[in-house]
Design a protein around this ligand. Sequence first.
Ligand code: B16
Ligand code: MG
Length: 220
Amino acid sequence: LLKGFVFDLDGIITDTAKYHYAAWKRVAQDELGITINPAVNEHLKGVSRMDSLNVILKFGHKENAYTDTEKAEFASEKNDLYKSLIQQMTPDDILPGIADFLKAITAKGYPMALASASRNAPFIIDRLQLAEYFSAIVDPATLTKGKPDPEIFERAADLIHLPYAETVGIEDAVAGIEGIQAAGMFAVGVGSPDVLGKADLLFPDTAHLNLAQIETAFNA
Ligand code: B16
Ligand code: MG
C-alpha cells in the first residue's frame, strides 16, 4: 500500500537549474577559462556541488589543473553567486501544478520528505513557502554517495518512517529515477520518454502530475 512520498527539488518543485547554470557559467568562464553549454548543464542536474565542478573541469580537459583548496574556492564562489540569484525567489517560482499536487497529497494524509542534493534546499523551500508540506528535508552533507546511489532516497524515507516498497519517489533526472528504483521504491518521472523511459510512471510535465493516477498505477 502506498504510504508516502519522497521528492526531488530542482526540476520538480521549482526550476533552480537555470540559477545553478548561470552561476556555474560565470565561474567556469571567469576562473577556469571554460565555456559551458546547455549540453554540459544536463550533466550538472542532481549532481552535488563538487561533482558539478569536476564535470566542468573534465569537459574543459582541466581535471588535474587545480588543488583541492582551489577547487573548494571555485565551488564556494559559485555558491555565493547562486545564493545571490535565489534570494529573490517567491511562491511564483513554484512549478505549474505543484502547489495543488502537494495539497492533494497532504489532504490524503501521506507524509512527504525532500530528497534534494542541494545544501540550499531548506532556504529555497522556505522562500517558496512550502515548508509546511515537508515533514523532513535530507541534509546532503550527511550523505556519502550522490544520485544515482539510492542513499538520499532511503534517508528521506527513513526520516519519515516509510518502508521503501511503499514509497513513491518523484524525479526529473535519469540519475534520480535510477536511485529511486535502486531503493526499491516506485519511480514517478516528470519529463520525456526518451530520457526517463525507465520510470514506473511518467508525466510529461509537473502540471500533469496526478495523485489518483499514481495511486492507481502503484496499486496495479
Ligand atoms: P547546492 P536536486 C541539485 O538539486 C541540483 O540539481 C544540482 O545542479 C546541484 O549541483 C545540487 O543540487 C547541489 O546544490 O550547490 O545548492 O548544494 O535536483 O537534487 O534537487
Ligand atoms: Mg531534479
